[in-house]
Design a protein around this ligand. Sequence first.
Ligand code: NAD
Length: 288
Amino acid sequence: MTATIIDGKAHALALRTRVAAHVATFREATGRAPGLAVVLVGEDPASAVYVRNKGKATLDAGMASFEHRLPVDTEAETLLALVAQLNADPAVDGILVQLPLPAHIDAQAVLLAIDPDKDVDGFHPVNAGRLAIGAEGFVPCTPLGCLILLKDIHPKLSGMEAVVVGRSNIVGKPMAQLLLQQSCTVTIVHSRTRDVAAHLRMADIVVAAVGIPRFIQGDWIKPGASVIDVGINRTDDGLVGDVDFAAASAVAGAITPVPGGVGPMTIACLIRNTYVSACRRERLEAML
Ligand code: NAD
């Protein structure tokens, strides 16, 4: 058996194109563009690339992009003052502070300072809580992108056995919440799980967010399962995921490649969340 390769690039392009069309309608209705503010502290090269790509995607969608680059030795108070200014700015619908922040800044305190209703990354505890109780809020972009890919293969996820590998606040936990909302039976496995393979062998849906190159073996996958690989690991062979793609794609029913799977969906979902935020703030119905 050879798995269907889930084309994240194509899905992301389709979502971005759809959002851009709705943004045009939004601009006509309100006379302004939805705005995303991205804050980068320091010069971490990977973060700089992410920020550049986010800015470009924002402009491509017809939205306004506000980039704020601060030096690495910026005081926490200065960053918090900028966040307060962006919270109050009516042209800003979404605020994203690129992580990681330099060690002298308490990242949690900065995330807490963002207005939850502009928190398009979905990292604020208020949005984590809203997700947990099923209230309207913002869902972190990576797990949201994973869910969109999964729903395309399985419009009805209800009753399926889903195993999420990893329990981080930005991927594993919100992913598990989303799958639970879809009425999957959800298991989270993590670094202290006794037998990860045994859990995975029962899974119809696998979402891997571990950060260990090719950690998940082909013979851990149930034949026909759908496998979403969130991992982005830089190795001597280039970028690889958390799943042994060659082996797993011989067993799975569908699988995301790395790169070209989940990665492009993350930015597309950021654009989506910013558009949704703008609609909520203007009391318009989001067309998604
Ligand atoms: P993290 O380091 O915060 O969490 C990793 C999780 O893996 C932990 O919860 C840990 O319990 C679990 N884990 C570690 N060893 C394990 C083991 N032996 N067995 C089972 N579980 C184990 O990582 P993260 O931020 O959730 O990111 C995970 C991966 O996803 C990374 O490779 C990261 O680069 C990638 N990522 C990709 C995107 C994207 O846009 N595609 C976004 C975020 C993260």
